[in-house]
Design a protein around this ligand. Structure first.
Ligand code: GSH
Length: 208
């Protein structure tokens, strides 16, 4: 592992989005300083934290000059530009487009359903959103159709965006990893999804 400087990562061990960045760093063979932020103590909703990030979310990186970057994907892209190898965002214009396409599909068409289920049912989110539990149930139903679709896609290849591991697998692994908390598991006959999950779980970066 190469220890890098220039920024620190505001991190929480339980959050799936901070995990995306930790996993991305691990795939690159990089280590960075962490600044732990407790969700349990609501440190991310404190005035001090909000002054840096009004969205009150993690992950967040702070560059040595004080510049703040949030959004897991933006942070990963920044790291990719600084440390291009191994490539996780695409080598050619075509592959970059395919990776971007799949990343958006996963974020909007799969991960967001899990997020909505969690946000519309969890006590933790009651102060920050208008909860509509019926909406969570509708998301649960629709998520199953998305699992059907993704399961079929994964019958044709080992990784979501193509024949190799990319940032899209990290995006999906992070949020899909929260499916138990959302009580939103796929069905037993979603065998390709399960095989993909097992394949990604076997990577050392999955345990960071
Ligand atoms: N789109 C953002 C989502 C960030 C996000 O929602 N992070 C969660 C942790 S996984 C969080 O900080 N939740 C705290 C809260 O909503 O109060 C990203 O990709 O970084």
């Amino acid at each position: 592992m190469q220890k890098i400087t220039g920024f620190k990562l505001y991190n929480n061990r339980n959050g799936s989005n901070p995990k995306r960045v930790r996993m991305f760093l691990a795939e690159k063979g990089l280590e960075v300083d962490f600044e732990p932020v407790s969700f349990a103590k609501l440190e991310h909703r404190s005035p001090e934290f909000r002054a840096k990030n009004p969205m009150a979310t993690l992950p967040m990186i702070e560059l040595d000059d004080g510049t703040i970057i949030t959004e897991s994907q933006a942070i990963c892209r920044y790291i990719e530009d600084l440390y291009p190898e191994p490539n996780l965002f695409g080598e050619t214009p075509l592959e970059r487009a395919q990776i971007e396409m799949w990343n958006r599909r996963i974020e909007f068409d799969v991960a967001n359903y899990i997020t909505m289920i969690m946000k519309h049912t969890g006590e933790f989110f009651a102060p920050v959103i208008t909860q509509v539990p019926e909406y969570a149930e509708a998301c649960r139903t629709d998520l199953m159709k998305k699992y059907d679709w993704l399961n079929e896609e994964l019958g044709t290849r080992d990784y979501i965006a193509g024949d190799r591991f990319t940032v899209v697998d990290i995006t999906a692994y992070g949020r899909i990893g929260m499916r138990d908390s959302a009580n939103a598991d796929w069905r037993k006959d979603h065998t390709n999804l399960q095989a993909w999950w097992d394949r990604i779980s076997a990577r050392p970066s999955a345990n960071v």
